[in-house]
Design a protein around this ligand. Structure first.
Ligand SMILES: [Zn+2]
Length: 420
C-alpha cells in the first residue's frame, strides 16, 4: 500500500540551494521509496504533518558507540582524553551485557537525533560490534560499522593481535555486510598510533577484497601527528596510511585538521572523504578544520558528531559548530552549504546516491521537526533547524518509510524510553 504524507518540506537541491514546499503530498511506495512529491491538492493522506517541517534524515559520518556514556568527559586534549576517559570505558565492552545495553541506547539516541545513516566505530571487541548491528537492525537504522582495530600502544586489554582481529572482522562481514541493504561493515584501524603497519595493511587488503569502506582518524591533534611521523619515520601523517593502502575513494578520514598542501593534494587526487567533526575539535582543543581548502579542492566532506568528544548526537548542532569553526578561520559558510553536508552531501560522500533528499526516486528517510508558526520561509527554517540550539529534538523519524523514532508527547530523551 502507498503511504501519503502531507507536510511542508525543506530539502537540499545543491550546496547553494534548498527547495521549500509550503504544502506538499509525499507518496511513498511499500518498499519505502518516494515516488512523488507534489503540491497538496486535497487528496486523502495518511498523516497530516503541516504543523512542522519534513526534511531528509541526517548523516553522521563519524561516531563512536562505546563512548555513549562519556559525553562531556572533559579530560582532553586528545591523548589524555583517550587514556583517562575513553580507554577505561571501552574496556567495559568485553562484557556482552554492557555492549548490548549501550548499543540499544546508542541506536535510540541516533534515531532520536534524526540520524538515519551513520558510520560507527565499535569497541575493539568484535562481539560488541555484533551487538551494535543487532540493535541497528531492530531499530531500523542504516549503519556502516566495524570494531576499531588496535594491536599496540594502548592498554593490553584493548589490544587484539592483527591476525585474530582480521579473522573476526572477516567473519563479521560475512554475517552482516549488506544485510537488508542497510547494514554494512567497514575496516577501521583506530589511528596509526594504536596500529602496527601490518594490521593497517591487512585491514586495507580485507576491505578491498570485500568492497568495504575503510575509516580512521587523521591529523586530529598536533601532538598525535608528531608522534605518528616519528614512530613510522614518515614524511607526513597521510603517508603512513598511503603506505598501508588505506587512501582511496572509499576512505573516510575523521578530522583532517593539520594537513600540509601536499597532503591536501593527495587526498583530493585519491577522492577520499573527510568527516568534519567541529564540536569534537572544540571540546578537545584539537584545532580548526580548513573548510575553505576542502571546498576549493572539491574534497567530499560529511559531518561527524564524533560522540563522545563531540557533545551531541544531533547533526544540525554539528553543522552550527562547523559554521563557528570556519568563521574562526575567516571562512563564511552558508546555511545551505551546512545543510548539504548534513544531508545529501553527506549521503553522497558515503556513496549513498538514493539518500539525503525528499524527492522522487529517493528512499524515504525522513525527519519531522517542530516549527514555530513565525517560521514561514526556507531562510528562517534553516536558521531554526541549524542554528537555534533550543530547537527541540525531532518529533518523528522514518527510514525507508518505516518509523524508527516517535518522540511522543514527552520530552523525548532517548535514554528514558522503552527500547525495542
Ligand atoms: Zn573519533
Amino acid at each position: 500500500m502507498m503511504t501519503v504524507l502531507r507536510a511542508r518540506v525543506l530539502t537540499p537541491r545543491s550546496a547553494d540551494e534548498v527547495t521549500w514546499l509550503e504544502d506538499a503530498a509525499i507518496h511513498i511506495d511499500p518498499a519505502g521509496t518516494i515516488t512523488a512529491v507534489e503540491p497538496y491538492g486535497g487528496q486523502p493522506v495518511d498523516e497530516h504533518l503541516q504543523t512542522g517541517v519534513l526534511t531528509p534524515g541526517f548523516v553522521d559520518a563519524h561516531v563512536h558507540y562505546p563512548q555513549t556514556r562519556i559525553v562531556g568527559a572533559a579530560s582532553g586534549p586528545l591523548l589524555d582524553w583517550l587514556a583517562t576517559s575513553t580507554f577505561p570505558e571501552e574496556a567495559r565492552f568485553s562484557a556482552p551485557d554492557h555492549a548490548d545495553e549501550v548499543a540499544r541506547t546508542f541506536t535510540a539516541a541516533l534515531a532520536a537525533a534524526g540520524t538515519t545513516l551513520a558510520m560507527v566505530y565499535g569497541p575493539v571487541f568484535p562481539a560488541a560490534t555484533e551487538a551494535l548491528f543487532a540493535a541497528a537492525e531492530r531499530r531500523g537504522l542504516r549503519v556502516i560499522a566495524g570494531p576499531v582495530l588496535m594491536d599496540e600502544h594502548c592498554p593490553p586489554g584493548l589490544q587484539l593481535p592483527a591476525a585474530d582481529a582480521l579473522d573476526a572482522l572477516d567473519a563479521l562481514g560475512a554475517r552482516w555486510h549488506g544485510r537488508d541493504d542497510r547494514l554494512f561493515v567497514a575496516a577501521i584501524p583506530r589511528f596509526a598510533l594504536c596500529c602496527s603497519a601490518g594490521l593497517m595493511r591487512g585491514a586495507a587488503d580485507l576491505a578491498r577484497r570485500h568492497g568495504w569502506w575503510v575509516s580512521t582518524h587523521l591529523a586530529e591533534s598536533l601532538e598525535e601527528g608528531r608522534i605518528t611521523r616519528e614512530r613510522f619515520a614518515a614524511e607526513d601523517y597521510l603517508r603512513v596510511y598511503e603506505d598501508a593502502g588505506l587512501v582511496h575513494r572509499r576512505s573516510v578520514f575523521a578530522h583532517a585538521i593539520h594537513l600540509s598542501d601536499a597532503e591536501w593534494d593527495r587526498i583530493a587526487a585519491a577522492g577520499a572523504v573527510i568527516a568534519h567533526c567541529p564540536d569534537s575539535n572544540f571540546f578537545l582543543g584539537s584545532g580548526r578544520f580548513d573548510a575553505a581548502t576542502a571546498l576549493a579542492r572539491g574534497v567530499p566532506v560529511a559531518l561527524g558528531t564524533d560522540v563522545a568528544a563531540g557533545r551531541s548526537f544531533r547533526v544540525p548542532r554539528i553543522a552550527s559548530s562547523a559554521y563557528d569553526s570556519a568563521l574562526a578561520r575567516g571562512t563564511i559558510l552558508t546555511p545551505s552549504q551546512l545543510w548539504w553536508w548534513a544531508t545529501r552531501g553527506g549521503a553522497l560522500a558515503l556513496g549513498q546516491d538514493r539518500l539525503g533528499a525528499v524527492e522522487p526516486g529517493m528512499e524515504a528517510d525522513l525527519v519531522w521537526h517542530d516549527l514555530p508558526a513565525w517560521v514561514d520561509d526556507p531562510i528562517r527554517a534553516l536558521a531554526w533547524l541549524v542554528f537555534d540550539a533550543d530547537a527541540p529534538r525531532p518529533r518523528k523519524v522514518w527510514v525507508r518509510g518505516k518509523i524508527v523514532w516517535d518522540r511522543g508527547p514527552g520530552g523525548g530523551y532517548p535514554w528514558d524510553t522503552e527500547d525495542r
